[in-house]
Design a protein around this ligand. Structure first.
Ligand code: RFL
Length: 387
């Protein structure tokens, strides 16, 4: 016999867990099915920068204790290239908002504990293999579960988005990063974006003892022309020293590399986040490149909207918000995509090709404008922290 729950959620990432928590707070019976083990999802290091809306959602809904206690506020970023460096204190710009740095794996750990405390049901090690959007039934090896609604929060490679017959806007931005986590304190007090002829390098704090770095690596067509295994600790640090121009700006605080992986910069957005009784949230709905650190923030924004809409539908028999869910999310998703794309073009130029010089000079002009123009800085700050 099929398991029953009012709302079935596929995936225990930020989207599924925020949604599950908000529904539980409204007394709605939920079941989350997650492919990975609890240890695996609680140790998956990805995002770290939570924007102002995410911090509000977590705090307002009683999910922010860990973030408020152990996260820290971050308000400055720096850009450096062959012409020097400038900093933007974005607390003083735009809407005056800041980031809270709180690693995704800590947030996921908090959200799981709180969800279980709120009486939510969660099964680890269950891989959903089929979703029927008409009957809100999900199948997994050895069983089935049925709900009034199903929400696919299973990420960009998940299977739930394939059950939504929507048009897709997919784009590979032709850029690949080696994403590195180092067991080392941050080297600078700022998030730093460094532009160099060898490619982009980035520095982002994650905590007192862990720092994320990015190195742009060669991308040929749709594949990165390198393997993480090609990058020894020494090669990573030597390339970071070069691109971060340590001779000019001071040394990096180095330490063992604890994770290295290739990340393609891609977008993949569906134009509808609903089909019959199936809804999508998070990366399942809209994948965004990590260039502006928006993915987890979009997931949290969507989870809050969908929780309110499902609550209206289930507790008040009012499906207006549910019907409007896709159209409420779409403009926010595209604002984030637009800014993320703007960041991609700011940080990377084409290495070669007939237009390479033209694009390099445009990039230079864009950076000059960001350094000098208060209006441009306000635009940046508003979009950098906001959704
Ligand atoms: P997740 O986190 O991928 O979770 C999906 C969950 O679904 C499970 N799953 C299934 N379960 C059952 N049956 C199936 N068939 C299943 N298929 C999949 C998976 O096991 C998994 O647990 O998706 P969600 O919840 O939508 O959250 C999205 C975020 O994780 C993602 O957008 C961010 O990590 C993106 N991102 C960043 N976002 C930010 O807002 N700020 C950042 O600073 C930031 N930095 C990053 C990032 C992503 C990165 N990578 C690795 C792409 C840095 C990096 C390097």
């Amino acid at each position: 016999m099929a398991d029953r729950a009012t709302v079935l959620i596929v995936g225990a990432g930020p989207a599924g867990l925020v949604l599950g928590n908000l529904l539980r707070a409204n007394g709605i019976d939920t079941l989350i099915l997650e492919r990975g083990s609890r240890a695996k999802v609680q140790n998956r290091a990805r995002a770290g920068f939570l924007g102002a809306n995410s911090a509000r959602v977590l705090t307002e809904h009683g999910l922010g204790a860990g973030m408020l206690h152990n996260g820290h506020q971050h308000d400055t970023c720096a850009f450096r290239d062959e012409n020097g460096q400038f900093e933007l204190d974005y607390r003083q710009l735009g809407r005056g908002e800041v980031h809270t740095v709180y690693p995704q794996q800590h947030l996921v750990t908090d959200l799981i504990a709180e969800y279980l405390d709120r009486g939510g049901r969660l099964r680890f090690g269950v891989t959903v293999t089929h979703i029927d959007p008409t009957t809100a039934t999900v199948s997994y090896e050895g069983g089935q579960a049925q709900g009034r609604f199903v929400v696919g929060c299973d990420g960009s490679n998940g299977m739930s988005r394939r059950a939504v017959p929507a048009r897709r806007q997919a784009r590979d931005h032709g850029v690949a990063w080696l994403a590195v986590l180092a067991e080392a304190p941050p080297s600078m007090g700022t998030t730093t974006y460094a532009m160099h002829d060898n490619g982009f390098a980035g520095h982002m704090a994650r905590g007192p003892q862990v720092t994320r770095y990015y190195l742009q690596v060669r991308a040929d067509g749709n594949t990165a022309a390198t393997d993480p295994a090609d990058w020894s600790d020494e090669r990573i640090w030597s390339e970071l020293r070069l691109r971060m121009r340590v001779d000019q700006f001071g040394p990096l605080r180095e330490g063992p590399v604890i994770e290295r992986r290739i990340v393609r910069l891609r977008s993949d957005v569906l134009d509808s986040l609903q089909h019959q009784r199936l809804f999508l949230a998070g990366d399942a709905a809209s994948l965004i490149s990590p260039s502006a650190a928006k993915g987890a923030n979009l997931a949290i924004m969507e989870a809050e909207l969908l929780a309110a809409a499902l609550t209206d539908a289930l507790a008040r028999d009012d499906e207006h918000a549910l019907a409007a869910y896709s159209s409420a999310c779409r403009p926010r998703i595209w604002r984030a995509q637009e800014f993320s794309h703007w960041m991609i073009t700011l940080l990377h130029g084409p290495d070669d090709g007939p237009d390479a010089d033209f694009h390099r000079l445009l990039r230079r002009a864009r950076l000059d404008s960001l350094r000098d123009s208060r209006a441009h800085q306000d635009f940046f700050a508003e979009n950098y922290v906001g959704i």
